[in-house]
Write a protein that binds this ligand. Structure first.
Ligand code: XMP
Length: 517
């Protein structure tokens, strides 16, 4: 295992992904609890992340001494490098040259870190982002790479297996970064590539059996990838001791409910309760305009419906389920580094089954807790889920309700579902679906005048949204070419009654959010 100590860099999760892509399991610990994590995980290698502080500031975070005492190899990135230098007796100065963006570094000494990737005397592009720099090396270290503004762009103590880099090798803008990280975990730390989805599947099945014993498990399916993968994995572990519940709240996309029901009942033969609660939800949403009220209403009804169904299931001859399965992912459980300690503002109250386990007095089964989204997809493929299902864009719990700003009506939802289906069909035809993180249509509460044939129309405006993102936290709008947008707009207006104008949303996140509400 590898332990990554997080000093608050925006891209710490990327380090973890690169390590896992190299076939090595790793965990992230915030610096505040790094000492405890180091003792528990007993890693064979440690990576110190970057971070926003300056080691020259009083009270700035440090790495636990235990890590240096243990003799494990260390790769230290950016703030981590300065910290490594400082804690081992070198010197760091607040930088006069702040350096951001692309730079070229020259490898000036042979190193295990560069082995087979960078040749001595040659220059390579990297991504820099730092203010401070190391000015005196600790004993045992030498400079292995330099750039114009960073004479100590990479440093090493090959004997102790300590490496420090001023640049970010975890980002794609450092093209050889993944190979250097692979060198560190394989060649320097001697770790094997045994983190594969096939191995994870076997381990997870054992762990689920051990946790659940002969108890029953209830799993709520949302139609999304995470809960589906969790359910299929659990079913493989315990068979029909798993019962799935799928609540159709009437705000799903076109064909979605049928797809889920067919996949689980017919393809996998997993016991599934399909609760048709469309009227309950849509009646409760009548006249509701406020996005937070919408979200809360849907969340509350979802919990009530799920609970009622669970009670029914508990009454069958096999007895009450003791466990509730959830598709929680690693990004949801990583403790984040906070320097302010203050509460963060609620931008949107997310709808999930949070609160359910406590209310229902059930223990949680969360077999995906260690995985990133792309790993969940890989596991889904490993479990034989259809590609079209595994590769699906994320879909929010409150569904189309939050893509229909203002009052939600059955009529509007029907229009939206059709427009969305046409838009996605065009995206698939253009071969762009997998390049996009999320694409969907929103139906605006605005009517505009148009002309069709010889007649005047007065219909809704449909907004198209498509973004690229790695985690949904930040996003850029997708740069479609105008011909594509023209084609999609024409088809929507021709095929979807009720829409006579289409616009494209070119807002990034921040300042926008991905969803409209
Ligand atoms: P925003 O709109 O906040 O969305 O930029 C970020 C990501 O989260 C999804 N999202 C949700 N997912 N329940 C969910 O399960 C929710 O209530 C919810 N709200 C937003 C959104 O689709 C995007 O991927």
């Amino acid at each position: 295992k590898t332990l990554i100590v997080d000093f608050g860099s925006q891209v710490t999760q990327l380090i973890a992904r690169r390590v896992r892509e190299a076939g090595v399991y790793c965990e992230i610990a915030p610096f505040q609890s790094a000492e405890k994590a180091f003792a528990e995980v007993r890693p064979k290698a440690v990576i110190l992340s970057g971070g926003p502080c300056s080691v020259t500031d009083e009270g700035s975070p440090r790495a636990p001494q235990a890590i240096f005492d243990s003799g494990v190899p260390i790769l230290a990135i950016c703030y981590g490098e300065q910290l490594l230098a400082e804690q081992l007796g070198g010197r760091v100065e607040a930088g006069h040259h702040r350096e951001f963006g692309r730079a070229d570094v020259e490898a000036i000494a042979p190193s295990a870190l560069f082995d087979g990737v960078w040749d001595q005397g040659k220059k390579y592009p990297v991504w820099m982002s730092h203010g401070d720099r190391v000015t005196r090396l600790p004993e045992g270290f030498e400079v292995i790479a330099q750039s114009e503004n960073a004479p100590m762009a990479a440093i090493a103590d090959e004997a102790r297996r300590y490496y420090g880099v001023q640049f970010h090798l975890e980002v794609v803008h450092t093209p050889d970064g993944a190979k250097l990280i692979s060198n560190f975990v394989h060649k320097v730390a001697g770790l094997k590539s045994d983190w594969t989805m096939a191995a994870f599947r076997q381990e997870a099945i054992k762990a689920i059996r051990a946790q659940v014993g002969d108890g029953r498990v209830l799993c709520g399916l949302s139609g999304g990838v995470d809960s589906a993968v969790a359910a299929v994995l659990i079913h493989e572990a315990i068979g029909d001791a798993l019962t799935c519940v799928f609540v159709d709240h009437g705000m799903l996309r076109q064909g979605e409910a049928e797809e889920v029901v067919t996949l689980f009942r017919d393809h996998y033969n997993i016991p599934l309760h399909h609760v048709e609660a469309q009227d309950l939800f849509l009646d409760a949403l009548e006249g509701v305009e406020d996005p937070e009220v919408k979200r809360k209403t849907i969340g509350r009804l979802f919990i009530e419906t799920f609970e009622a169904e669970a009670k029914k299931i508990a009454q069958d001859q096999r007895g009450a389920p003791k466990f509730l399965a959830q598709g929680t992912l690693y990004p949801d459980v990583i403790e984040s580094v906070s320097f302010t300690g203050g509460p963060s503002v609620t931008i949107k109250s997310h709808h999930n089954v949070g609160g359910l386990p406590e209310r229902m007095n059930m223990a949680l089964v969360e077999p995906l807790r260690e995985l990133f989204k792309d790993e969940v997809r890989a596991l889904g493929r490993e479990l034989g889920l259809p590609e079209a299902f595994v590769g699906r864009h994320p879909f929010p719990g409150p569904g189309l309700a939050i893509r229909c700003p203002g009052k939600v009506t059955r009529e509007k939802l029907d229009i939206l579902r059709k427009a969305d289906a046409v838009y996605l069909d065009e995206i698939r035809k253009a071969g762009l679906y997998d390049e996009i993180w999320q694409a969907f249509a929103a139906l605006l509460p605005v009517r505009s005048v148009g002309v069709m044939g010889d007649g005047r129309t007065y219909d809704y405006v449909c907004a198209l949204r498509a973004v690229t993102s790695t985690d949904g936290m930040t996003a850029d709008f997708f740069p479609f070419d105008m011909n594509f947008l023209g084609r999609a707009a024409t088809r929507i207006i021709n095929e979807v009654k009720g829409v006579n104008r289409v616009v494209y949303d070119v807002t990034s996140k921040p300042p926008g959010t991905i969803e409209w509400e």
